[in-house]
Design a protein around this ligand. Structure first.
Ligand code: ATP
Length: 940
């Protein structure tokens, strides 16, 4: 390799000694003509020879950026101790230590409490830290599931490779919607516009050329595109000159700090609720203190007691439990092919009311096969399925000109079969089908292309719905081949090829074409037309190329629906989610497909085209969307999609929208849930979306909605579970205070043992409950509905009330049963120790039953199976075992001031727990019987 060129090697230019990447060619690259660029970078228009790659890889490393430096672990850990709860608890602990120091005589219980509060802080910090760390890892591993690939020419062959494998000198093929994989100099550019916002901040896409430019900063060179930016329109070939950390983006990337993690509205809601509860706990603590001091209780003890109650009522673990349950949702979705990039989406998914879906690839398999060709007024059947070469055109001769034109006007490539898989398509599947049918008609497109090489291209875009290429033949003449949506193309044709004869396109012939098109479309086929015209020169304007054309014929391709979609569509119907199909395709094709998958069942659904949408205006669009019937939007462009999303949101809908093209990005960003296609979508769409479907299937959206709903329900479940037992802790204390009993029915250390010992695992297990069977049989949750609704509050009071009643009764029954007067009770009195043990065990046992009770909203828990969440049973079992240890093990008896319980005591408590479950079952039965129609989430 002739390497006289200035070469920046690793460690060069002050870019850090470890930078495993480099740049070739230096700042001169923009000033050279394309042919010189190839020489400068020691490569060729056919790309690198694969034998060259290893050497360059050794020299420049992989095309990847060094891992962004994570915030230091220590700083993360320290951060856990500085949040509001931690500070409050640390202060409380310090005061308790101080109180212990001031006590005369010193009570070891105070010391225990101070240590316990400190323990709470440490434990909480550990959980929070572990959770954040694992969330970060999850995010990283999810990112890795969508590999960034690019198209590269090597040895003259087009290949799809991970972007990481690029080396300087590689020739890449870029199309609209591609993320630019490295810093590249364009050598061929067709109507290219690049979106440099990520690099330069300018929001409008800028035009790019392959022509040399004058001296100036590389970043401003109009013939270069840079890593981190993307191609907004057009198509291009370009040579890589800088990779990895040596790219312009690499420089910025190193300077940028890791972006702060954002909290979702749900997390904010829970945090604010937790703060309010903490405020209430503080008030209750203060009130208890104020009530007990005048009754002659020792000052310091009462203060410590009030502080303990306050600490016990603070829902410390709540935000962490919430994050865990959101993270579980994310992981479950990933397992079902839906990658969620932001926790926000998990939450929004649960309240989705409308899904605007594409057709190709999402509802269908995107495996296009041409089944009919129409030319010269005659249909011709094509046999064979898929991309394999098996099959033939019934009469290939009259359709050759049509298929040659359509085939030459394609950017996709057929990849020969390998050991691992059969023949597949690189690029657009619609074009792939055209290449296959051309082969079936006996055309050798490679030879055709060699005889008439392409000299210009006007790439496909979904607003224009056309694509054109210009070719030079051996006689020095130029020809344009145009393919696209029949309506658009027909409007630009003035003649038609009728069995080899060029005829003017009369109204009659035009009508014949439209009839043929409608016939194909009503079978659910995607129809493309192709046309041709001679040209005077090699650099015509687009308008000239795409006018005065001669229509060659129509091609109808079948794209079978995905088998799983019908069920998913039905599930959406039951779940009250409206599906609006938004497609660039013909109305008849769209309707046929929509009927096949069940989106359309009515005899006359509303079918509105892009042109009609334009005429409607905002008010018209609003009233169109107000009608609740089935709606298909056809022949629309991405701009229409954006308008529809905005209009739906104006009506208060929570909108999920799918998209795959570069122009879909605004709609994806604007929607509540932008859904991009992982398999077929463009990089730009994936970037803009919050959810990426690995399998592109509509069914995965439905699954994600189902999981999203269940996450929200699960959060409610553990909120009810956690808050109801707070009532059971508080009520006996209040009762004792007001009854004039000198001691507390449950101590602060006992409460902490429940909150941080026996309650944590069941709460986490509730956060991981599988979706309830009827989760998709209800309408979506209202967007403005608060997590802590009156209905939820009602359940907290109902369940907590029963628990509170039970444990208060158990306590006073014990105390009164002994016949000892209130004033004679001391802390060491065995009856008192037994009574407080009963209270603690009563809460633990009833919480076990409570956890089972909150698993369903309306259904009987016996229907979903008592054993169907083994983690919950294990967590509950652990809580009871811990309680038994506290009751029976002498060292723990000392700490908690507890006593061993008799078997009969446990039996009483279990009976009381069963009573709670029975009461809950009765309430649910009553609801099912008397309010069967009332299925609104907030009212369950
Ligand atoms: P769908 O909802 O089926 O995914 P879409 O909204 O993605 O459709 P587009 O890809 O924008 O639709 O295509 C719109 C129309 O443009 C198609 O019906 C077809 O007639 C035409 N078309 C699609 N792909 C190409 C292409 N590569 N070249 C020329 N025309 C095309």
């Amino acid at each position: 390799m002739g390497m006289e060129t200035p070469v920046r090697t690793p460690g060069d230019g002050g870019r850090g000694p470890t930078a495993p990447s480099g740049t070739l060619g230096g700042p001169t690259v923009p000033r050279l003509a394309p042919a010189e660029v190839f020489a400068e970078l020691d490569t060729s228009p056919r790309g690198l020879a694969s034998t060259d790659v290893a050497g360059r890889r050794d020299r420049f490393g992989f095309n990847e950026l060094p891992q962004a430096r994570r915030r230091g672990l220590w700083r993360d850990l320290a951060g856990q101790f500085t949040d509001l709860f931690a500070v409050v608890l640390l202060v409380a602990s310090a005061i308790t230590f101080l109180a212990y120091g001031l006590q005369q005589p010193r009570d070891v219980g105070t010391l225990q409490l101070a240590v316990a509060i400190l323990g709470v802080v440490v434990l909480n910090a550990a959980i929070g830290f572990a959770q954040e760390y694992s969330a970060e890892r999850t995010a990283e591993s999810l990112q890795a599931m969508v590999p960034h690939t690019c198209r590269v020419l090597r040895d003259g062959e087009r290949q799809e490779l991970p972007a990481r494998d690029l080396v300087p000198g590689d020739v890449v093929v870029l199309e609209a919607g591609d993320a630019v994989p490295a810093d590249c100099r364009l050598t061929e550019a067709h109507e290219v516009r690049a979106n440099n916002a990520a690099l330069t901040g300018e929001s409008d896409a800028v035009g790019r050329t392959a022509e040399p430019v004058g001296a100036g900063p590389v970043l401003e060179a109009r013939n270069c595109v840079f890593m981190g930016t993307d191609i907004a329109a057009g198509s291009a070939k370009a040579v890589v000159f800088a990779t990895g950390a040596a790219t312009e983006f690499g420089h910025i990337f190193r300077l940028a700090a890791a972006a702060p993690r954002q909290k979702t509205p749900l997390q904010l809601q829970v945090a604010s609720m937790a703060r309010r509860v903490a405020g209430a706990a503080l008030a209750i603590g203060a009130a208890l203190f104020a009530v007990r001091v005048p009754t002659g209780q020792p000052f310091v003890e009462t203060f410590v007691f009030a502080l303990g109650v306050m600490v016990a009522l603070v829902p410390e673990g709540l935000p962490a439990t919430l994050s865990v349950s959101l993270a579980i949702g994310v992981r479950r979705m990933a397992r079902r092919h839906a990658l969620v990039k932001q926790l926000l989406a998990v939450e929004a998914l649960g309240s989705t009311t409308v899904v605007c879906t594409d057709k190709t690839g999402t509802l269908t398999q995107a495996e296009m096969t041409v089944v009919q060709v129409w030319a010269g007024g005659e249909p011709h059947a094509v046999s064979g399925v898929g991309y394999g070469p098996v099959g033939e055109v019934s009469d290939p001769r009259p359709v050759r000109a049509l298929l040659r034109a359509a085939g030459l006007c394609c950017n996709a490539r057929l990849v020969p079969p390998s050991d691992r898989e059969g023949r597949r398509i690189l690029g657009d599947t619609t074009e792939g089908a055209l290449l296959v049918v051309a082969a079936k008609a006996g055309l050798d497109l490679a030879a055709e292309e060699a005889a008439a090489p392409r000299v210009a291209e006007f790439p496909f875009d979904s607003t224009r719905k056309l694509m054109s290429t210009v070719h030079a033949d051996t006689g020095g003449r130029y020809h344009a081949y145009v393919k696209g949506a029949p309506q658009e193309l027909l409007a630009r044709c003035s003649a038609i090829d009728w069995s080899g004869e060029r005829r003017p396109l009369t109204a009659e012939l035009r009508a014949a074409v439209i009839t043929a098109n409608d016939e194909l479309a009503s079978q659910g086929l995607r129809v493309l037309a192709a046309a041709w015209r001679p040209l005077a020169d090699s650099r015509p304007a687009q308008d000239e190329v795409e006018s005065e054309l001669t229509l060659l014929g129509l091609v109808g391709m079948l794209d079978p629906p995905r088998p799983e979609v019908s069920d998913a569509v039905n599930a959406c119907r039951r779940a009250g989610i409206r599906i609006v199909m938004v497609t660039g395709d013909h109305p008849l094709t769209a309707e046929a497909v929509a009927r096949r998958v069940g989106i359309v069942r009515e005899a006359a659904p509303a079918i509105v085209t892009g042109t009609q949408l334009d005429e409607l205006g905002e008010n018209g669009l609003d009233s169109l969307l107000d009608e609740s019937g089935e709606l298909l939007l056809c022949r629309v462009s991405p701009e229409h999609k954006m308008r529809v999303v905005t209009a739906l949101q104006r009506r208060g809908e929570v909108v999920a929208v799918t998209g795959d093209g570069a122009n879909d990005a605004p709609a994806l960003k604007h929607a509540d849930i932008g859904v991009a296609m992982g398999a077929s979508g463009t990089d730009v769409a994936r970037e803009a979306a919050v959810m990426v479907l690995l399998d592109d299937s509509f069914a995965s959206i439905t699954t994600a909605v189902r999981l999203g709903r269940s996450v929200y329900q699960n959060i409610r479940k553990f909120l009810i579970y956690l808050f109801s037992h707070n009532i059971a802790e508080l009520v006996p204390i209040l009762a004792a205070t007001f009854a004039g009993f000198p001691l507390v029915p449950i101590t602060a250390v006992q409460i902490l043992a429940i909150d941080l010992g026996s309650d944590v695992l069941p709460a986490l297990a509730l956060g991981a409950e599988p979706p309830e069977p009827d989760v998709m049989d209800r309408p979506p949750r209202a967007r403005q509905e608060r997590l802590f609704s009156t209905a939820v509050m009602g359940r907290v009071l109902f369940l907590g009330g029963i628990q509170a009643l039970g444990v208060t009764a158990v306590f006073f029954w014990h105390i009164h049963g002994s016949g000892i007067p209130y004033s004679d009770f001391t802390k060491d009195e065995p009856v008192y120790r037994e009574a407080i043990t009963m209270v603690q065990a009563g809460i633990v046992v009833s919480q076990f039953f409570n956890a089972l009770a909150v698993r369903t909203d309306r259904q009987s828990v016996f229907r979903i199976g008592l054993l169907s969440n083994p983690w919950l049973l294990a967590g509950g079992g652990f809580g009871i075992a811990l309680m038994a240890a506290i009751s029976y093990l002498p060292p723990l008896q000392d700490v908690f001031n507890t006593a061993p319980l008799a078997a009969a005591d446990w039996a009483v408590l279990a009976g009381f727990g069963a009573l709670l479950l029975a009461a809950e079952e009765t309430r649910k039965w009553w609801l099912r019987r008397h309010r069967p129609g009332n299925r609104k989430e907030g009212e369950r």
